[in-house]
Design a protein around this ligand. Structure first.
Ligand SMILES: Nc1ncnc2c1ncn2[C@@H]1O[C@H](COP(=O)(O)OP(=O)(O)OP(=O)(O)O)[C@@H](O)[C@H]1O
Length: 237
C-alpha cells in the first residue's frame, strides 16, 4: 500500500490573515519504503504528518492511501480508513498506565468492536517482532523509554496498516536507544511492506531511511535516496 500526497497546501488562521504551513507539497511513499522528513522547528513536519493521517484536511491537494483518494470521504469513512489502514506512532508512546504491554495492543481490537482475547496471539507475535515478548505482562512504569516506544510501534501495527506514520519517535530517548528504535522501524517497514513516513529532528539517525525529504517554510526541498532501496518487486496491495 502506498501513500501519495499531491500538491498539498495547508493554511492556519493567523490574526487577520493566514499562515501557510504547507505550500504545494508533493510526497509519494511506495510500500516498503521508509521516508524520513526533516526540517527545522516550525517548518511544517507535524502538519504534513497530520494531513497524511487524514486528521487535518488541507486547503487544496489530495491525500491518497492505497490508491484511494480521501478528498470526498465522510468523517466516518476517514475514521475507518485510519483504524484499518494507517498506524500512528507518537513522540511519547502514550500507553495506558494500568494496562500491561500485551493489553496495550489488545485494546486496539476492543476499539474495533472485537473481543481482546481473540487477538492475544497476534499481539504476542507483534511484541515478539519488537523484541518484547518476554515483557508482555509488564505495565508502562516497569518498562524503559525505549521499550515503551517499541510497545507503541507494535500497537501501531496491530491492525496491519499499509501506512505507518511516525512522529519523532526518538525524542525521549538517548542516541543508542533512538538508533535501535529506528533500526526496528526500518526492518518492520521492509518486512511488512508498509509505506512509512518518519518525522525527525535527528539528522544523525537518517542512515536508516530509504529516502530523505527536507521541509523548509512549508515547502518540500530536496528529496534524496538515503541509501540503496530495498526490493519492492511485490505487487501493490
Ligand atoms: N493549529 C495551528 N494554528 C495556527 N498555526 C499553527 C497551528 N499548528 C501549527 N501552526 C504553525 O504552522 C507552522 C508549521 O507548524 P508544524 O507544527 O507543522 O511544524 P514542525 O516542523 O512540526 O515544528 P516542530 O519541529 O517544532 O514540531 C508553524 O509556523 C506553526 O506555528
Amino acid at each position: 500500500m502506498s501513500l501519495h500526497l499531491t500538491d498539498i497546501t495547508l493554511t492556519y488562521p493567523d490574526g487577520d490573515s493566514r499562515l501557510t504551513a504547507l505550500d504545494r507539497v508533493t510526497l509519494h511513499v511506495p510500500r516498503g519504503c521508509l521516508t524520513a522528513v526533516i526540517g527545522p522547528s516550525g517548518s511544517g513536519k507535524s502538519s504534513l504528518l497530520a494531513v497524511a493521517a487524514t486528521l487535518v484536511t488541507p486547503d487544496s491537494g489530495t491525500v491518497s492511501v492505497a490508491g484511494t483518494d480521501t478528498s470526498g470521504m465522510s468523517r466516518g469513512d476517514l475514521a475507518d480508513l485510519r483504524r484499518h489502514r494507517i498506524g500512528i506512532v507518537f513522540q511519547q508512546a502514550n500507553l495506558l498506565p494500568s494496562l500491561t504491554a500485551v493489553e496495550q495492543l489488545q485494546v486496539m481490537a476492543h476499539i474495533d468492536g472485537r473481543r481482546p482475547s481473540t487477538v492475544r496471539g497476534r499481539a504476542m507475535d507483534l511484541l515478539d517482532a519488537v523484541g518484547l515478548a518476554h515483557l508482555a505482562d509488564r505495565r508502562p512504569q516497569q518498562l524503559s523509554g525505549g521499550q515503551r516506544q517499541r510497545v507503541g510501534i507494535a500497537r501501531a501495527l496491530m491492525n496491519d496498516p499499509g501506512v505507518l506514520l511516525v512522529d519523532e519517535p526518538t525524542s525521549a530517548l538517548d542516541h543508542e536507544r533512538g538508533a535501535a528504535v529506528l533500526d526496528l522501524l526500518a526492518r518492520l517497514t521492509h518486512e511488512r511492506a508498509t509505506a512509512t513516513v518518519l518525522v525527525t529532528h535527528d539528522q544523525a539517525l537518517l542512515s536508516v531511511a530509504d529516502h530523505v525529504a527536507e521541509v523548509h517554510d512549508g515547502r518540500l526541498g530536496r528529496s534524496a535516496p538515503a541509501r540503496s532501496a530495498p526490493d519492492r518487486s511485490a505487487p501493490a496491495r
